[in-house]
Structures are given as C-alpha cells and as structure tokens.
Design a protein around this ligand. Sequence first.
Ligand code: 6GU
Length: 246
Amino acid sequence: MRFDVVSIFPEYLAPLDLSLIGKARTEGLLELVVHDLRSYTADRHRTVDDTPYGGGAGMVMKPEPWAQALTDIAATSPAADGARPTLIVPAPAGEVFNQALAYELAQEKHLVFACGRYEGIDERVLEWAAEDYIVRPVSLGDYVLNGGEVAVLAMVEAIGRLIPGVVGNPESLIEESHSDGLLEYPVYTKPSSWRDREVPEVLLSGNHGKIAKFRREHQLRRTAERRPDLIDALDVSNFSKAERNV
Ligand code: 6GU
C-alpha cells in the first residue's frame, strides 16, 4: 500500500518514521512519501495562499500548486491500472473518520492526503481532482485543528495498523475498541493486589466462560455510560436477552 502526503509543513509528518508505522515502512509493508507543497509552486516567493473571494478572515490555498502536486502524484500511482487513487482531504467539514472507514481505506492500493492550512483549499481543486481521484473530505470529529497534518498522523496510524503484518499479533485487532461496535473491556496486570485495589477475582479464576461473560458485560456497561450513541447504533438482535438488560 502506498501513502502520499502533501503539506506545507513536511516536518510535521516526521513521527511516521517511528514505532509500528516506521517499522512497517522499513519492512516494505507500506510506502509513504511526504511532499512539500511549496516545491510545486512556480513563483519566486513560493506562494501557496491568497485572500478569499467574497471577503472574510484568513487566507485560502491557491489552486495552482495543488494541481501540480496532484497531477504529479497521480502519474506515478500504483493504482494507475484504471482504478483511481483516493484523495483524502482532512477538514472539519468532512465525513467523520471512524474504525469502519479505517477498514475501508485499508483495502485501497493508494491513498493521497492533501493537508490544507489556513481557511482551506480553493473548492475548485476538489472538483477538478475528481477526474483522477476518488475525493473524500474527512474529519476527525467536531473540533477545529489548525491544519490537516495532525489528522493525517491519526488516520495513517489507524489505517496502517490494519494492513496485514503491521501489527505483530492480529488477535489484538479483533478484541480492541470499536471492532465490534463496543468499547473495550477494562484490563489488568500484575500485581493482583495494588494499593488495596484487587484485580476482579473472576480474572484469576481460569474459568474462560466466566471471564468472557465478565468482559462482555463490562464492554456493554462502559459503552452505555460513556458512548450511548454507540448503543443506539447497535443491532440488538445479535444480543442475548441477558445482554440487552445490562
Ligand atoms: Cl481532519 N482537519 C482539520 N483541519 N481540523 C479538524 C479535522 C481535520 N478534524 C477535526 N478538526
């Protein structure tokens, strides 16, 4: 799988050299190239922004450098066999990023991330790019960041870890929060008694049936308390009668 990231702050993406994603890059499980948008400008000042038509605060990113960058990147796309690469545009005005979208995007051959800054990118770039890309504005949630770079760090990590081989133990992908629409159960390690707090006894019992029931109950309880919106979205027909009453 290939990722390209275009930004005016390529140094912001340096953490992608580290940890699991960095290791996956070294091992060739994923290829990731960061591009400096300014290298696609043609003027002496390497201008990437200008004032908004219609007035208002802030600056808007000019179309020309983006067109040059996106044309160059599409020309070398590994998805070039007819299938268009996906262009993800991080923005608070996008569809919300979640685990289901991470899974969907992890199936793609080529993802390109266009990091906007200021008030965003001239809208015509997104319309024009639809010829060569599947264009998807994506938001991390209902708050505002200064630019797309931090959102790309989060999305590349969430998507990259779903690529086979990136996470050492694939079982850890199955049991984690959101993989079944619920939050994860609480976890404990040694010592079994710590500052007068005991690990729930059932976890020391070796009774796998009881342990599974304990964990399932806590998943449901925790999700109902912290994220009632997720409970509303569940298909309760898959639940036992006892579970529906937790
Ligand atoms: Cl994806 N980008 C920006 N700039 N702000 C955000 C966001 C993304 N998601 C939430 N706020």
